[in-house]
Design a protein around this ligand. Sequence first.
Ligand SMILES: [Zn+2]
Length: 281
Amino acid sequence: MPELPEVEITARRLDAALRGVGVESAFAPGVNTLKSFDPPLSELEGRAVAGVRRRGKLFLIDFAGDLTAIVHLMSAGRLQLFDKRAGPRDRTSRLLVRLPDDRELRLREFGTKQAAWVKLLRSEAVDDEEMIATMGPEAWPDPPPFDELVTGARPLHSLLRDQRVIAGIGRSWVDEILWHAKISPFKRGDDLSLEESQELREQTVATLGAALDHYERVISLPIPDKLPMPLEIHRRQGEQCPRCGATIEAVHYEDYVMCYCPHDQTGGRVLKDRRLSRLLK
Ligand SMILES: [Zn+2]
């Protein structure tokens, strides 16, 4: 599931490869992938890519003549550049941008759900797009102080993943950030001390920055289907905490798992696993 570091490194690599490259044609074979109708995708023909950038977990692909495509990968999408065009039996493609020399920029999606989407807009309309207009400040590299930002009665695990509060963090990196900050995922935003909110901000920037540094070293084109995410705690339930050696615990939700170190984060308390407690009812 791509989050800020994964989208950022992909945007950097695609930007370097595509800037100035002209579009031959563009199609959206996915069902309901294209969520905008004006301008049509055919408007991209003959335009050059002006740049690829990121806002939160979204890609913004700018084209000459002030058009911008917003791409949301959702949980299973990938934006990748290929040297050969997709074959007719390819079922993963949701958007195809054909480039010279048989190259192709493809929005692909794995699994059966078609959730990834694209909007093609006039560039001046991008800031008014609903998701972007309601998006909080970027989690990296320089978010505002967390004592004003990460507030409310909701637990941090939920607050930090709310793109309207702070942009770029999802299920993987929230576990890592809270573990680095040694703060419980169930602590409420309003219950953070000033010191804790400062530490949380610092560890948010450091954790995402370190992931990006890692990707800068190991990722080159073609972007692999699965990025080598340098996770230390997420999805490592049952393993030893790399910092203190305690057993990493997990709370299972409907479609994801949250991990934490009881010794470092919850004063030794093992939080109730919802899945388990539901089974025991
Ligand atoms: Zn630990």
